[in-house]
Write a protein that binds this ligand. Structure first.
Ligand SMILES: [Zn+2]
Length: 266
């Protein structure tokens, strides 16, 4: 279940039961100046690094974690996924990947987004979590389903797995052209997430596209929880690349396993 923990909350929370903390940061309650106001998650957009470090510290407080427990992804709009742990934490992004999986309690995995979809994977009983960055390219390359299949190979059962689809550009605002139409409809074997718009253009529903691809590899439909908030519509909560251009902030989609002792405490 997606939860908004207050009007100045630095993060939305995805509550998926004991053993996991997860969410997607907002633009509220941070230390950055315009155009990165106020909570920008990314060091890669030209913001003051000290402000970003402070912003991350505030967001990670929701995970009961510090920035040196965080692993981030290099993000190249591909479909590569890495399994990570404490060795990768507190360093630079893991190069060449758009998804991170971990089985280590206390290691926070996160992706940066501002229109692309943050997919959060949680299988607390099986001891796995993941964070995936899926724009149209990643969606067409099926990065979500590939990450899920990695978890199934590790022994995670479909009924143990939950997927949170965080805020991204919505079908209301995401107009695409023919190359994107072709890539998405070929990947899914269906053009259901593409509604015809202006001549030669379509409105793409990335939430539905990812949902369909995840269900196709066996994720139970009732285990996929989509927030349904559009980053381009909601300038009060989110940055949007399409709306604001390259000099805008990013949100962080983050997730971690808590230690077994804290998760079972009453
Ligand atoms: Zn919209």
């Amino acid at each position: 279940m997606w939860v908004i923990p207050g009007s100045e909350a630095t993060s939305l929370l995805w509550e998926v039961g004991p053993g996991v903390r997860a969410g997607v940061s907002t633009r509220r309650g941070g230390a950055s100046r315009p155009p990165f106001d106020t909570l920008n998650w990314s060091y890669a957009v030209g913001d003051d690094p000290q402000a970003v470090t402070e912003n991350r510290r505030r967001v990670l407080a929701w995970a009961h974690a510090e920035p040196d427990q965080l692993v981030t992804a290099g993000q190249v709009h591909g479909a590569a996924v890495a399994v990570v742990g404490p060795e990768e934490a507190g360093r630079g992004p893991v190069a060449g990947v758009d998804g991170l999986l971990t089985a280590h309690p206390g290691t926070v995995v996160a992706v940066a987004v501002a229109d692309c979809v943050p997919l959060l994977l949680a299988a607390p009983q099986a001891g796995w979590v993941g964070a995936i960055h899926a724009g149209w390219r990643g969606t067409a390359a099926k990065i979500g389903p590939q990450a899920v299949q990695r978890l199934f190979e590790q022994g995670v059962r479909p009924d143990q797995l939950w997927v949170g689809i965080g805020p991204s550009i919505g079908p209301c605002c995401y107009e695409v052209d023919e190359p994107v139409y072709t890539a998405i409809s070929q990947a899914l074997g269906s053009d259901r997430p593409l509604r015809p718009g202006r001549p030669g253009h379509w409105q793409l529903d990335l939430w539905l596209a990812n949902q369909m691809a995840l269900e196709a590899v066996g994720v139970p439909p009732s285990h996929i929880e989509c927030l349904g908030w559009c980053t381009a519509c909601r300038s009060d909560w989110f940055f949007s690349y399409r709306r604001d251009g390259p000099r805008s902030g990013r949100m962080g989609g983050w997730i971690c396993l808590t230690s077994p002792t804290t998760s079972t405490a009453s």
